[in-house]
Design a protein around this ligand. Sequence first.
Ligand SMILES: [Zn+2]
Length: 270
Amino acid sequence: MDARGRLIEAMLDGLAVLLPVECAGCGTADRGICADCRSALVAPDRAGRHLLVAPGAPASGSGDLPLWFAVGYEGVPKEILHALKESARLDGARPLGRLLGVAVADALEAIEPRLPAGARLETLVVPSSRSAFRLRGYNPVESLLRWAGPQPHRATGLRYRRTPRDQASLGADERWANLSGSVEAVSTRLEGRHLLLIDDVVTTGATLLECRRAAECGGASVWGAAALAHTAKVKRTNSELHGDLVSQRVYGGGKGAESNRPRLGRRVLD
Ligand SMILES: [Zn+2]
């Protein structure tokens, strides 16, 4: 984040504290996130885990990207993240960042022993498109990561070479087409680096897999991804068959997908 972004973030943080506002989680009048919503943001003991697979990837599993995530994208975390992204409610960054920290910690624990001798893992935040950054003045994922606890060195070096359409209204196959080729590595900054990608919400994984493609084109090794939340819910489209095939591979289908959910310290978020 540049100096302007940090300044805007600090000012918005201050405003959220100083001005009377509604709770970002439930909308009741409060000066910030209310006690009930805070108590619903209990960190899970362990992160959930999924394998993200690009369409057309070989069945050998060599193209899989492991994802660690803290919570399902629903309920209070969903509302607070939505407020953070769409209404500059940066007071949500701290509690959500702590949840993201569970996914980051579990990813580090799993990946670091497998790195080549002498290599170090670095985090790399999924970039904001230029238009999204202009609109908000900050990258929401950076805001979360600030509160995600101990973590390794941060790498930068990905950017959008074109602005994709907003993903929210797109079906699974449309997301792949929308993102494909949209990200690029900046010069040689990522050459030889070992990366853990960081995002806020993962649906099909199209964004993360596009970032991995671009990072690998830039000479990096991508070992996995960590996210605050995961959801398998994608808008239904006529070409749903393709999306269903992908999601069965990614999520293991019905019962398996459910058993992969993170184990919560308290079951408030279910
Ligand atoms: Zn609330």
